[in-house]
Design a protein around this ligand. Structure first.
Ligand code: DQA
Length: 157
């Protein structure tokens, strides 16, 4: 059975320290919380007839496990890998195993305007699109993009 937005959720993954959103360096990451992000994703997906399965972990292996789970039952992945963006070949490899599944990478901050070590993301080698510097709105853009990629006719403007 082919997966559709109506039958399979979009996996929304947030990596390390994003549980502290709203409290952690608000001058960089803003004052919205992770619950606000997840509610925004759910609302955006719903507007396209979809649902989200939102999870956060501070552990690389758990994120890898969840990406492998998404490979089996989800329609696409939105991921903010946090600091693992800049270090994790394991997360990149897990995403590479999700053949044909749309993957959107999100960063709240504009990583290219920040320290040099944040300029490179391993995940970007697999991501179909990368959104950085749009704050939590970036997650809504990413969900919209997944919807466009899996159901092109539905989301034409
Ligand atoms: C981040 C940027 C990363 O460099 C950082 O380690 C994070 C958050 C962002 O959303 O801007 O934890 O992914």
């Amino acid at each position: 059975m082919p997966r559709t937005l109506a039958t399979a959720p979009i996996m929304v993954l947030n990596g390390p320290n994003l549980n502290l959103l709203g409290k952690r360096q608000p001058e960089i990451y803003g004052s919205d919380t992770l619950a606000d992000v997840e509610a925004l994703c759910a609302r955006t997906a719903e507007a396209h007839g979809g649902t989200v399965d939102a999870r956060q972990s501070n552990h690389e292996g758990e994120l890898v496990d969840w990406i492998q789970e998404a490979r089996q039952g989800h329609i696409g992945i939105v991921i903010n890998p946090g600091a693992y963006s800049h270090t994790s070949v394991a997360i990149l490899d897990a995403l590479h195993a999700c053949d044909g599944m749309p993957v959107m990478e999100v960063h709240l901050s504009n990583i290219h305007r920040r320290e040099e070590f944040r300029h490179h993301s391993y995940v970007s080698r697999r991501a179909d699109g990368v959104i950085a510097g749009c704050g939590i709105q970036g997650y809504a853009f990413a969900i919209q993009r997944i919807a466009a990629l899996v159901a092109p006719a539905e989301v034409q403007v």
